[in-house]
Design a binder for this molecule. Structure first.
Ligand code: NAD
Ligand code: MG
Length: 367
């Protein structure tokens, strides 16, 4: 097989009449066949940020052809810009351009851009088309599936938002070449998560292809991204409103959020905290008798191969973990609900962890 064949793939997210394709592979950005079929009309607003614009904006414009009315909006970079004020700048630009209900918003960037642009599209004139062009591994395997869009509020992350599905997602694996290595590892944590919760075969594949992934080999990236998106799509289709199985996507996230919150958001990347959180979940599952030593060693080894941290922050005590974990949205009636591993490739929701067992894990986990 030649490289373009095994490195290109299209996945359909089945949501009835809101179904959309996810195209994955190298070289998608500059090629009009991928983007133009998904535009609602001639009016196109590309929204990106100051980091991504100099890298990929001109390539994306090549992929838009000449006979369109294309405008650009370049926002500042960073999670701190994921605000309603930035979304208003998008709406202002659309109104200034005189864009109507048949315009299309294109989100070029990571999850911050994707979440904001999706939300702007959900509300502009009560909903217009948008296309996601995610350029971080995390946004490619996570935020591009599921339809969650939104912004942060000073009182909480992702507190304002809407469900709004894109017309298409274009994942150009070439864009990962410029991603800082820490961001790549953070995305790999979410990829590993899909194997751990649902697909032991994929987990095994990841163990043998981690070097290829970190070496940005196109065919390996396409396979990993495709499998991750389709596992997330399956889970979301089974449970759109997060009543049951969708909670499994939070493996490692309860411990991880505690790390992010204690350290101040930004010191640890989300994916790094999730990686350590998954190791904590695996060790707790071992204490409950579900995983063996060899299983936990495999989890540790694959996280290490992805260059993710294996230790909790040195200045974080057990009580610091518990203080944040008690506030977790998944908890019901004061019981801690955790996502744990019955075995590698099968996660479960568990609310019967004996407090002394959790305490022993938190005390014993390396710092
Ligand atoms: P991000 O968007 O902040 O991107 C990380 C950094 O990489 C930024 O500095 C960005 O400018 C830069 N960057 C992006 N693409 C690049 C490239 N190709 N080369 C070089 N640099 C590049 O962060 P993220 O990790 O992509 O996304 C995190 C956000 O996604 C959070 O706000 C989170 O809430 C959200 N999220 C949403 C969902 C969802 O379901 N909607 C799921 C997961 C995460
Ligand atoms: Mg996550």
């Amino acid at each position: 097989m030649t490289q373009p064949d095994d490195a290109l793939s299209t996945l359909r997210v089945a949501l009835g009449e809101r179904s959309y394709p996810i195209h994955i592979g190298p070289g998608l950005l500059g090629d009009p066949q991928w983007l133009t079929p998904h535009l609602a009309g001639r009016q196109v607003m590309v929204v990106t940020n100051e980091t991504v614009a100099p890298l990929y904006l001109s390539r994306l414009r090549q992929g838009l052809g000449d006979d369109l009315d294309v405008r650009e909006l370049v926002l500042p970079d960073g999670e701190a810009t994921k605000t309603l004020a930035s979304v208003e700048r998008i709406w202002d630009a659309l109104l200034e351009a005189g864009f109507n209900r048949r315009c299309t918003l294109v989100a070029l960037g990571g999850g911050v851009i994707g979440d904001m642009v999706g939300f702007a599209a959900a509300c502009y004139q009560r909903g217009v088309a948008f296309v996601q062009v995610p350029t971080t591994l995390l946004s490619q395997v996570d935020s591009s599936v599921g339809g969650k869009t939104g912004v942060n509020h000073p009182r909480g992350k992702n507190m304002i938002g809407a469900f709004w599905q894109p017309r298409a997602v274009l994942i150009d694996t070439d864009t990962l070449a410029t991603l800082p290595p820490r961001e790549l590892s953070a995305g790999l944590a979410e990829v590993i998560k899909y194997g751990l919760i649902r697909d032991p075969g994929f987990l095994g594949w990841l163990e043998t292809h981690m070097a290829a992934l970190r070496g940005l080999e196109a065919a390996a990236l396409t396979r990993a991204i495709e499998r991750s998106c389709s596992l997330k799509a399956e889970i979301v289709a089974e449970d759109e409103t997060e009543q049951g199985v969708r909670a499994l996507l939070n493996l490692g996230h309860t411990f991880g959020h505690a790390i992010e919150a204690h350290q101040g958001y930004g010191r640890w990347l989300h994916g790094e905290a999730v990686g350590t959180g998954m190791l904590m979940a695996a060790e707790l599952s071992q204490r409950l008798g579900w995983l063996g030593d060899a299983d936990v060693a495999r989890v540790r080894a694959i996280l290490a191969a992805a260059a993710l941290p294996l230790e909790a922050p040195a200045d974080m005590a057990s009580r610091d973990f518990l203080a944040v974990m008690r506030l977790d949205k998944k908890n019901l009636d004061d019981r801690l609900r955790l996502i744990l591993l019955r075995r590698l490739g099968e996660a479960c929701i568990h609310d019967q962890t004996p407090p002394e067992c959790l305490a022993a894990l938190l005390e014993g986990f390396p710092r």
